[in-house]
Write a protein that binds this ligand. Structure first.
Ligand SMILES: NC(=O)c1ccc[n+]([C@@H]2O[C@H](COP(=O)([O-])OP(=O)(O)OC[C@H]3O[C@@H](n4cnc5c(N)ncnc54)[C@H](OP(=O)(O)O)[C@@H]3O)[C@@H](O)[C@H]2O)c1
Length: 269
């Protein structure tokens, strides 16, 4: 990667996005970091600049199209264009299907789906000019679904469909679309998630892959214009079992679910 490269990363204030920014900068790319928390972005940019890299930040909400437009414009102004976008911003909601509210549905779709679509649409003129790369941070749960995470799984499945269609339509412009689906990763994802069932319906994030390892695989997949990359044997096995032996997969997931349900707070208690 040369020093002329310019990358926009959403959800850059923590976790996978932050780590990807540091890695891109180390590889010589100019980085435009976007998220809602300005002080964290400022610290990140200072860290990159102190190490001799080029970076700027845009405070904004990916669910607001105007904020995404401003971030893209800033990257173009500061670095002369955008040739790579990593649409990474996202969060989780744990809820049982029967209790899903319209408010939760709208809020997760706004960030996890619309935020990715706005990033793609707003950066398209630059990506076309650069025959660039568009990376989407999805999840293992973009290809397999688990109980109490229907909302999150729906948004990540939607990203698979968005990527599949965008990849076909944009190939003529030389733009690659890469989906990276991490498994459990050691970030603040679960503490930033909303739970309507009183607990986090997943294994603890801290036992997941180190965030630097996930970011390295993400950056490499986007750079190599890979199509879809799912990380970790456990997650890939889940997708494989779900596709090949769905009843067996359901049986395994139900066993996990029964254990998990014992930890749920008693209703009305
Ligand atoms: N950790 C895992 O186990 C795991 C597994 C599979 C997939 N993923 C995916 O990886 C991505 C990154 O998550 P993470 O694990 O790094 O969690 P994280 O540490 O909570 O990071 C989420 C990032 O997204 C930003 N963000 C959230 N809502 C936003 C909004 N509306 N507008 C702009 N930025 C927003 C957050 O910053 P602000 O709050 O400052 O805006 C933060 O920088 C997500 O898409 C997630 O679904 C994570």
């Amino acid at each position: 990667m040369t020093a002329q490269r310019s990358v926009l990363v959403t959800g850059a204030s923590s976790g996978i996005g932050r780590s990807a920014c540091l890695l891109y900068a180390r590889r010589g790319a100019a980085v435009l970091a976007m998220a809602r928390t300005g002080d964290r972005l400022r610290t990140l940019v200072e860290e990159i600049r102190a190490a001799g890299g080029r970076a700027a930040f845009a405070v904004g909400d990916v669910g607001r199209r105007a904020d995404v437009r401003e971030a893209v414009a800033l990257a173009a102004k500061e670095f002369g264009g955008v040739d790579t976008v990593v649409a990474n911003a996202g969060f989780g909601i744990y809820s049982d299907v029967a209790s899903i509210t319209e408010e939760d549905f709208d809020s997760i779709v706004r960030t996890n789906v619309k935020g990715v679509l706005w990033a793609l649409q707003e950066s398209l003129p630059h990506l076309r000019a650069a025959r660039g790369r568009f990376g989407i941070v999805s999840s293992i749960l973009g290809r397999a679904a688990v109980p109490y995470s229907a909302l999150y799984c729906m948004t990540k499945h939607a990203l698979t469909a968005l990527a599949d269609t965008a990849r076909l339509e944009l190939a003529k412009d030389g733009i690659s679309v890469t989906v990276v689906g991490p498994g459990l990763t050691a970030t603040d994802f679960q503490s930033n998630a909303v739970s309507r069932v009183g607990v986090v319906a997943a294994p603890d994030n801290s036992v997941g892959w180190p965030v630097e390892k996930v970011a390295a695989r993400l950056v490499s997949a986007v750079e190599r214009r890979r199509r879809e990359v799912y990380l970790g044997l456990a997650g890939r096995s889940l997708i494989w079992a779900r596709n090949r032996f769905p009843r067996l997969a359901d049986w395994g997931i139900r066993r996990w679910m029964q254990q998990f349900e014992k930890t749920l707070p008693k209703k009305g208690g």
